[in-house]
Design a protein around this ligand. Structure first.
Ligand code: TPP
Length: 653
């Protein structure tokens, strides 16, 4: 489908084109840019509300600053669609997030305007500071460095670590705080309250306006502007604001709050700030979803709504004639509530992903027992550990990819202290359209190397429920171990998923089917691909055995002895990195016990795999159903037999 940009936007292929336009045209450019985002996302899907909220900022920043020489760094990057469209990717924007298309996030390889690759939050200030220090060191004093960070991302420790450093060393950096009071879900924490206070405080704003007026006059003073700034600092602002402003007390000059949707004013202010040396922060108030009424109203739903009818606002969902399996995240969300209703020790924790993890179900049902701690994975882990020391049963739900942030906390605060925290790692395996920054590729490898860690992955909804039940029982605590339960993004396989709870034996796998010559060992949901592969192979007279190993650690050693005594060809399948993963664990077992079998390991290879639908990526890496079937044929030295209607037709002819 051809999507046509508005009249002026059609002529803008780079920020240089934008900078040639008259300031009076900025408003229309914003309208056209907003419309282009709506037109594209409604048809092709993607993140939505965040980009609409920074349309004016995107235009003003590229209008005022000399990008890409000036470095513009977007935090998280899910809000950078306007930036992408303005920086030469308007015509390829229809391929956003699609297999082989442009990335949904800024990516250094993709464009010189993408100063820093991103996807995980709260990195922008550190990166911008590094660039600012490098520019200073190289004598490139003309260069500007701008980090655009949301109020949600500002809650993370990394952002504070960076500001703490920035306020202490010479650098020329501007932090634009894009404050819309939202993360994906409503933003949480004391900082949010502080930002609201600062925005609404009458005294503060009166003082700020006086300072701002003075600042506004600065442009008339040319070179003496800096002198004026220091006068301002020595006066009213320094005394009054320093005591009352968090950022000022960190030695960052604070400006704002200002309306982040007034593009001309934004341009004026940003232009003024160019002349003010040192680290500074501009607080902009914006509305997530700005310009699309429904997205302004339900900001969580419209964070990434999928395809929708832009006129009616109807979000397009597949309609099925029969009941469908639930998403794993919903099985987690409902099951934790079911268990917690019976067991008062159970608590839930999520770092800023209540709706993504479905912990919001518990937050609603039991607000005092389920916590959104902000974008703070490290804190989430240690906070859970603290509760566990007091005998509570804590389910800490973190996406596999974001858990990478908290590795040390898992080792130091949980495993070494033998605390039975239950980690639920959502979005484990390929994440899909979000791409390499979000693939949950590494958790098997980084969890299985930790002593006292059990690593489990359910093949279906029932296994997820049963492991949650098992680990919530008091005798799990007696093991003095922790567990990582990994499951993928998307649906399971059981429409009737609400099965009665059964206790599982830790370290016990199950045989799915007997077979001969080849044993397929799978971990987790991907085992369902192997079931399909076996069905296809049965048509060709090939009959491999299939085992759902469930646990990478401890491995089901009895089962593995049996497998290696009966099969000399073994295929392992995992939706995780091959290096150090499940297949590696099986190969280590074989070596440690002096077996010698031919092992073929299927999983995520040792390279960055880009974005696309999960099934496209599984196929690319050779572990979709057909890839697994082909691996069996290959290991047996068999050709694929094609029983297609064409062949029948040929025979008949
Ligand atoms: C380390 C990390 N944890 C969680 C996420 C998931 N995530 C993506 S966007 C987002 C909210 C960001 O909020 P904010 O910075 O305020 O930006 P907004 O969407 O409001 O523009 C979260 C939690 C992430 N990208 N990185």
């Amino acid at each position: 489908m051809q999507i046509t940009p508005g009249k002026i936007l059609a002529q803008i292929n780079s920020p240089e084109d934008l900078r040639k336009r008259d300031r009076s045209e900025l408003l229309q450019i914003c309208d056209e840019l907003r419309q282009y985002i709506i037109d594209n996302v409604s048809v092709y899907g993607g993140h939505f509300g965040a980009s609409l909220g920074v349309v004016e900022l995107s235009v003003a920043l590229h209008y005022v600053f000399n990008t890409p020489d000036d470095q513009l760094i977007w935090d998280v990057g899910h809000q950078a669609y306007g930036h992408k469209i303005l920086t030469g990717r308007k015509d390829s924007f229809h391929s956003n997030r699609l297999y082989g298309g442009i990335s949904g996030f800024p990516k250094r390889k993709e464009s010189p305007y993408d100063a820093f690759g991103v996807g995980h939050s709260s990195t922008s200030i550190s990166a911008a500071l590094g660039m600012a220090v490098a520019s200073k060191y190289k004598g490139e004093n003309h260069r500007q460095h701008i980090a655009v960070i949301g109020d949600g991302s500002m809650t993370a420790g990394m952002a504070f670590e960076a500001m703490n450093h920035a306020g202490d060393i010479p650098n020329n950096m501007l932090i634009v705080l894009n404050d819309n009071c939202m993360a994906i879900d409503p933003n949480v924490g004391a900082l949010k309250e502080y930002l609201t206070d600062i925005t609404t405080s009458h005294t503060y704003n009166r003082v700020k306006d006086e300072v701002w007026n003075l600042l506004g006059k600065m442009s008339n003073f040319g070179k003496s502007a800096q002198e004026i700034v220091s006068k301002i600092e020595n006066g009213l602002k320094a005394t009054l604001l320093k005591q009352s402003n968090l950022f000022e007390s960190l030695n960052l000059r604070y400006f704002g709050p200002i309306d982040g949707h007034d593009v001309e004013y934004l341009a004026t202010v940003l232009n003024d700030l160019k002349d003010i040396p040192g680290p500074k922060i501009l607080h902009c108030i914006t509305t997530k979803g700005k310009g699309y009424a429904l997205a302004e109203k339900d900001q969580t739903l419209w964070h990434a709504p999928g395809k929708f009818d832009k006129i009616t606002g109807e979000i397009k969902k597949k309609v099925h004639a029969t009941p469908q399996p639930p998403k794993y995240q919903d099985v987690f969300g409902h099951t934790i509530v079911e268990l917690a209703e019976q067991n008062p020790k159970i608590m839930g924790v999520t770092p800023a992903m209540p709706s993504g993890s479905s912990l919001n179900i518990m937050m609603k049902a039991m607000p005092h027992r389920a916590f959104d701690v902000g974008i703070a994975e490290q804190h989430a882990v240690t906070f859970s550990a603290g509760m566990a020391t007091q005998g509570l049963t804590v389910f800490c739900n973190i996406y596999s990819t974001f858990m990478q942030r908290a590795f040390d906390q898992v080792v130091h605060d949980v495993a070494i202290q033998e605390l039975p925290v239950i980690f639920c790692l959502d979005r484990a395996g390929f994440a899909g359209a979000d791409g390499p920054t979000h693939h949950g590729a590494y958790d098997i490898a980084y969890m299985r190397c930790i002593p006292n860690m059990i690593v489990f992955s359910p093949m279906n909804e029932q296994e997820l429920r049963n492991i949650m039940f098992t680990t919530s029982l008091d005798d799990f605590k007696e093991l003095k171990q922790t567990i990582s339960i990994r499951y993928p993004r998307g649906e399971g396989v059981m429409p009737n998923w609400k099965t009665p709870f059964e206790k599982m034996e830790i370290g016990k796998g199950r045989k799915i089917k007997d077979g001969e010559k080849v044993a397929i060992l799978t971990l987790g949901h991907i085992g369902n691909y192997a079931v399909k592969a076996c069905e296809e192979l049965a048509n060709e007279g090939i009959n491999p055995a299939h085992y759902d190993m469930r646990f990478v650690k401890p491995l089901d050693e009895a089962m593995l002895h049996d497998i290696f005594q009966n099969f000399d060809k073994v295929i392992t399948v995992e939706d995780g990195c091959l290096q150090g993963g499940f297949g590696s664990a099986v190969a280590e077992f074989m070596l440690d016990h002096d077996y010698s079998a031919q092992i073929k390991r299927l999983g995520i290879p040792d390279r960055i795999v880009e974005h696309g639908e999960q099934i496209e990526l599984h196929k690319e890496c050779g572990f979709d159903p057909e890839g697994i079937a082909q691996a069996v044929r290959d290991i047996l030295g068999r050709e694929k037999v094609v029983y297609s209607s064409n062949i029948v037709n040929l025979t008949m002819n």
